[in-house]
Ligand binder design. Structure first.
Ligand SMILES: Cc1cc2nc3c(=O)[nH]c(=O)nc-3n(C[C@H](O)[C@H](O)[C@H](O)COP(=O)(O)O)c2cc1C
Length: 344
C-alpha cells in the first residue's frame, strides 16, 4: 500500500494497530424497554430518514477519516462505494492535503461512486482564518459536488501533536464568515472529546446547520497523538487532557439542552451522535438521547482495511441490528424507538 501524507499514514497505522479507544461513551447507563407483544412484523420496522434532502436507509454516517493517503488502496473510493450500497451518508476526511497539493484531489473525487447519498467535506477551523483557504473551499465544494462540510475543532489533539497548531486566536470571525458564505450547510464537530463551546448561539444565528458531538469513549485523538510521540511528558499531558473530555451520551444530551435554551428561530439544528458507536444498540441509545443520526469511524476503518465484503457486512449489521431491536421493542419507526430508551 502506498501512502503519500506521512502524518495521515501514521494516524491510520496507529488506529489500525494499537489500542486507541479510551473511556466509556456512556451508553451502558441506558437501556431499551422491550415489548413482548409487539403487534408488528419485521417489515413494519422503518429505519428510513432524510439528511440534507437525501434519503438514508437508516440514520448513519461514515465519519470523517481520510484524504491524502493516495496510492492504490483508494480508501475514500471504497468508502463511497459502500456508502452508496448501504444508503448511508459519507463524510470525507480533512481537505487540507488537497488544499496543499492538487494531486490529492482525486482521493476526494468520489461523487461518481456515491451519486445518491449525502457527501460531506471536512476542514479544521484554524485553517479558515485565511481568506484564500475559504475561497478555495467554496470552489472545492462545487468541484467535488459536496452536500455539506464539517469544520472540526480539536484543540487537545493539536496541542499534543508535535507539529500541531498552537495559535487558536482569531478563529471565531473567520468561522462565522465561512458559515455565512458557504454554499452548502456547515456542521461543527469535535474529534472524540465532545464539543463544548460558549459561542454556539452566535454560530447558530449565523446559520450553522448541525453539530457532531464526537464525544469521548471511542477513538481518542489525544491518545493517537501521544502514541505517535510517546515521551513521558506527552503521555502525562494526554492523561491530564483526558479529564476534559465529555462522554458521547452526555455530549448528546448537553448539546440538545443547549439547543433548547438557544431557541433558534431558524429551524431545527441537526445533532449527530458519534464517538464510540460500535453496535446497533449503541446507535439506538444515541438516537434515544437526542441524536438525529449517528456516525462512526474506527470500526469502519478496520472493516475497510479487511475487505469490501467486511465493510458491507458491518453496514448491513448496523441496519439489521437496528431493525431487530425495533421489533423487540415494538417500535415501528425511529420516533417510537427513541421513546423506548430509559436510564438504567
Ligand atoms: C483514521 C482516522 C482519521 C480521522 N481523520 C479525521 C479528519 O480528518 N477530520 C475529522 O474531523 N475527524 C477525523 N477523525 C475523527 C472521526 O471522524 C471521529 O470523530 C472519531 O474517530 C470518533 O469516532 P469513533 O470513536 O467512531 O472512531 C478520524 C478518525 C480516524 C479513526
Amino acid at each position: 500500500m502506498i501512502f503519500n501524507d506521512n502524518r495521515k499514514q501514521a494516524h491510520m497505522d496507529i488506529c489500525l494497530e494499537q489500542d486507541v479507544e479510551r473511556g466509556n461513551p456512556g451508553f451502558d447507563a441506558y437501556r431499551l424497554l422491550p415489548e413482548s407483544l409487539p403487534e408488528m412484523t419485521m417489515s413494519d420496522a422503518l429505519t428510513e430518514t432524510f439528511f440534507l434532502g437525501k434519503r438514508l436507509r437508516y440514520p448513519f454516517m461514515i465519519a470523517s477519516m481520510s484524504g491524502g493517503v493516495g496510492g492504490e488502496f483508494k480508501f475514500n473510493h471504497r468508502l463511497a462505494r459502500a456508502a452508496q450500497k448501504a444508503g448511508v451518508a459519507l463524510a470525507l476526511g480533512s481537505l487540507r492535503p488537497a488544499l496543499e497539493d492538487a494531486a490529492y484531489l482525486q482521493e476526494y473525487d468520489v461523487r461518481h461512486r456515491a451519486p445518491d447519498v449525502p457527501l460531506l467535506g471536512n476542514i479544521a477551523a484554524w485553517q479558515l482564518r485565511e481568506l484564500s483557504v475559504r475561497n478555495r473551499l467554496y470552489e472545492l465544494i462545487d468541484e467535488l459536488q459536496l452536500d455539506g462540510i464539517f469544520v472540526h475543532v480539536n484543540v487537545p489533539q493539536e496541542l499534543i501533536q508535535p507539529e500541531g497548531e498552537r495559535n487558536f486566536d482569531e478563529v471565531f470571525h473567520p468561522l462565522l464568515a465561512f458559515i455565512e458564505r458557504c454554499p452548502v450547510p456547515v456542521f461543527l464537530k469535535a474529534v472524540g472529546q465532545g464539543l463544548n463551546t460558549a459561542h454556539l448561539p452566535r454560530l447558530i444565528r449565523a446559520g450553522l446547520t448541525g453539530i457532531d458531538v464526537a464525544g469521548a469513549g471511542g477513538t481518542d485523538w489525544v491518545v493517537v497523538e501521544a502514541l505517535r510521540n510517546p515521551t513521558n511528558q506527552t503521555l502525562n499531558i494526554a492523561r491530564d487532557l483526558s479529564h476534559l473530555a465529555t462522554s458521547t451520551a452526555d455530549a448528546i444530551q448537553d448539546t440538545r439542552s443547549q439547543l433548547k435554551a438557544i431557541a433558534s428561530d431558524r429551524g431545527a439544528v441537526c445533532v449527530i451522535g458519534s464517538g464510540g458507536i460500535r453496535t446497533a444498540h449503541d446507535m439506538a441509545i444515541a438516537l434515544g438521547l437526542g441524536a438525529d443520526l449517528v456516525a462512526a469511524a474506527l470500526p469502519i476503518l478496520k472493516a475497510a482495511y479487511q475487505s469490501d465484503d467486511a465493510l458491507d457486512d458491518l453496514l448491513a449489521y448496523y441496519h439489521n441490528g437496528l431493525r431487530h431491536l425495533m421489533v423487540a421493542c415494538g417500535a415501528r419507526d425511529l420516533a417510537q424507538l427513541r421513546a423506548r430508551v430509559l436510564a438504567v
